[in-house]
Design a protein around this ligand. Structure first.
Ligand SMILES: *Cc1c(COP(=O)(O)O)cnc(C)c1O
Length: 399
């Protein structure tokens, strides 16, 4: 059991890739248990050192190409293109899929805000879909009613690492002539009916931010089996330059490139991805073991056809508790555990609040939701401590 933490832990910050240097992936047991932390357990230092020693620190180099090739192989796609983060990956993919001003794109309301913002960057309009109760992902049965004459495509998000039920969505897209883009930022390695996410839609995007399953600090990737899409992503991320004519810029493009240093981190992380995924599976199994029988709490399931990658283990608090998620979060912090609220559904946020979407399922998931610490360096003791702390908070609240 952990030493009572109260006085040391309250002011500690946690690291999602913004400030902490290389650190071993175990946490100091007298410190706050962070919600997430990079686990740099492989060749990260060696590869980054190589970049510095050889001076290959900018956006060309063997780690950029090596990371792209290894990531395409991992996802089972013919192409993978690096870029500067998961948001620019979405922007590039949407443009390469032909999104234009005035188009409508169907997106889940329950996702990180970048999914909708990237649609706005293209001058298009996100149309929000509510969640399904079971997996919390976009509800496929609500999509057709939202398709109109300007609808161009569907962005699916494999929420918190659980794959979306892709078959019905691909069937709708096929029937209505729409593209499907997978926002797989939270789900590298997740499987839908035995297929890795990132290989099922017409294109997919990933994020390697500090709190994602593998990290490059900041970074992103677009995967696709379509050479034309991959080429267009490459052209657009490089200022729109004609690949066959140097300094001939055919359209207004962007500088969304990833550096060789970041890609060196990415390749080292990807070499160890089986370890990262196994750790998270184990952590989720421990949470289920320790929370089993604790009243007032349930968690995101893993459906039979899914392989969940447990980006963040996420619970739902019972409606019957007299306290809400923010009170439970504060009580957990007092016990040295960093929990996190689920992001607000996008249709409620100021830039989107006039959209008129009605999404009660997503709203209720968010109101009752809490993410618990989930990352490679956690031990069984840590997970037991977090689970017991949550149980104690709920018990105290119920009295
Ligand atoms: C993290 C995330 C993004 C954005 O990725 P960044 O690398 O932070 O830009 C986009 N979509 C989802 C679902 C995410 O979780």
């Amino acid at each position: 059991m952990r030493v009572d933490p109260l006085d040391h832990r309250l002011s500690l910050e946690t690291n999602e890739g913004t400030w902490m240097p290389y650190a071993p992936p175990t946490i100091n047991r007298r410190e706050l248990i962070p919600i997430s932390n990079p686990a740099l357990v492989g060749n990260e230092l060696k590869y980054v050192t190589d970049c510095v020693e050889t001076s290959w620190v900018s956006s060309l180099g063997k780690y950029v190409t090596g990371f792209e090739e290894a990531f395409a192989t991992f996802c089972g796609t013919s192409h993978a293109v690096t870029c500067s983060n998961g948001t620019t990956a979405l922007h590039l993919a949407l443009l390469a899929l032909g999104v234009q001003p005035g188009d409508e794109i169907i997106v889940p309301t329950l996702t990180y805000v970048a999914t909708a913002n990237a649609v706005m960057y293209c001058g298009a309009k996100p149309v929000f879909v509510d969640s399904e109760l079971e997996t919390w992902n976009m509800d496929p049965t609500r999509i057709e009613a939202l398709i109109g004459p300007n609808t161009k495509g569907i962005v699916v998000v494999h929420l918190f690492g659980h794959p979306v039920d892709m078959d019905p969505i691909m069937a709708i897209a096929e029937r209505r002539g729409l593209f499907v883009l997978e926002d797989a930022a939270e789900a590298p390695g997740a499987e839908y009916k035995g297929r890795r996410v990132g290989s099922i839609g017409h294109a997919a995007t990933f994020s390697f931010f500090g709190n994602k399953i593998i990290t490059t600090g900041e970074g992103g990737m677009v995967t696709t089996n379509d050479l034309a899409i991959a080429n267009e992503v490459r052209r657009l991320k490089n200022h729109g330059m004609d690949p066959h004519r140097k300094y001939w810029f055919t359209t207004v493009g962007f500088n969304y490139r990833l550096t060789n240093v970041a890609a060196a981190l990415g390749l080292a992380q990807l070499e160890k991805i089986d370890w990262h995924l196994e750790q998270r599976r184990q952590i989720a199994a421990w949470y289920r073991e320790f929370l089993n029988g604790v009243s007032g709490v349930t968690w995101q399931p893993e459906l039979a056809w899914a392989r969940h990658v447990w980006w963040l283990f996420t619970v739902q608090l019972s409606d019957h508790l007299p306290v809400g998620r923010f009170e439970v979060m504060a009580a957990l912090k007092h016990r040295g555990v960093e929990a996190r609220q689920i992001v607000y559904p996008i249709h409620q946020l100021p830039p989107y609040s006039g959209c008129g979407a009605v999404c009660p399922v997503a709203e209720s998931i968010v109101e009752r939701g809490l993410h618990l610490p989930t990352w490679g360096g956690l031990t069984r003791d840590d997970v037991e401590y977090v689970s017991r702390a949550l149980a104690a908070c709920l018990e105290a609240a119920a009295i």
